[in-house]
Design a protein around this ligand. Sequence first.
Ligand SMILES: [Zn+2]
Length: 512
Amino acid sequence: MPNETYAIYLRKSREDIEAEKYGEGETLARHEKILSTLAQKRNLAIGKIYREVVSGETINERKEMQKLLQDVENETWTGVLVVEVERLARGDTSDQGKVLKAFKYSHTKIITPVKTYDPDNEFDEEYFEFGLFMSRREYKTINRRLQRGREISVQEGKFVGNIPPFGYTRIKLKNSKGYSLAIDRNEACIVKEIFRLYLIENNTINSVVKQLNNMGVKPRIAEEWTASSVKDILSNPTYIGKVVWNRRKQQKKTKDGRIIITRPRNSNFLIYDGLHEAIIDNKIWELVQEKRKQNTPKVKHNNIVKNPLVGIIFCEKCGKPMQRRPYNKYNKPEVLMCSNSKCDNISSKLYIVENKVIEALQIYFQNYIIDYKVLENLKFSNNLILENNILELQKLLERENSKLNKIYELLENNIYSKEEFISRSKKIKNNIRNLENRLNEYNTTILKSDKERIEIPKLKNIMELYKKLENAEEKNVLLKSLVFKITYLKREKSIKKTSDSTEFELNIFPKI
Ligand SMILES: [Zn+2]
């Protein structure tokens, strides 16, 4: 290398990245051109260009900066060209000290289009330090302004993320800055299906995952659905037309001298009405959140269910499940009590609570007019996926049939031997049979789901059915299909013989 060699260091700032979003050209290429021209004008020989592709705040996050500093410390370069001093260090005091020392002790110059900093010149050194100090304050202001800008965009209902949630694509707004979301028809179908499987079919998360993977529908990047990807969809308010702010706020922690950024879920996130169209009905969404909140204890299969309310009834005071306590010895009726020994919620006789629940549900369902539209909305998604599958299969079937015709032609024209024809046609006929079987399967499923639709009004008679059921387990299954949960609260003991033993409060969360 010649005696005097220089290097170029390129790095995007956060503002550059924002500017690129609004149509500004690629930053690094533009800066490289500026600095190459500068080098040419001043006759500086460039030995290396360090291109930082990630936009990290700290030196630890910037691989190229680490290499540059090492080379600077080894006195490889006479000087380093940057578009502005701040590109070298920004935001962090200890990082700035590191940069300052490396350049100072190796006598490496910093060259920007407006000024050359020579660390051997005392005045420049001060200037350099001052420049970096300024940039730190400036950085904080800019960062605050940037965050504020995003928050305002969210309040206006715009989408400020980079990656649109599953079910949507990101679209540029026509009459203002920023972005919103447009429904992606195919993905939205899957979103609806996830809500339907979880809520209406009352599946567990894991069972929803299994069914999705069996159906052959795929998430965007991963090969298969997982519990966490399904949970994310079920809890994302974007689907009811909302935009959220700070759902996962960055948190910085120092660990082993490094800054670690985590994005934990933030329960205090802000939520605004979005400009985009909802995929999921509000009511469905609320019910799903209600179901997600409870951690229903599972009924063990080898245990005989003796309490028809098990897994359904919870303590209003502490949230723990209410438990059945048998009084077999004294031939007294069973008692329903909070399973938390420290809780002071007052217990009741189980049969009294059960009767009240049934009474309440009876009234509820008799007066209930089912919101068909809400159900139809979800049914529709399921059928749409099936219909898409059917169309796909029909296309494949057509293709196989035309292949079959083709080989008949080949046989007629003596291009295929008889043996060739037989083995080819066997294969194709096999394919056709398989496709036809799958088509039949899908068609029956569609028919079945059409039938389910007609069953709904029968709900009115369900309470009569309940009374006819003989064991607690059957009753429990039926109740679970009707309600998410019931909360129980009793404030005062009924000590006197004249006091009302039904003086407790029940909050029932029906599924429909
Ligand atoms: Zn309790």
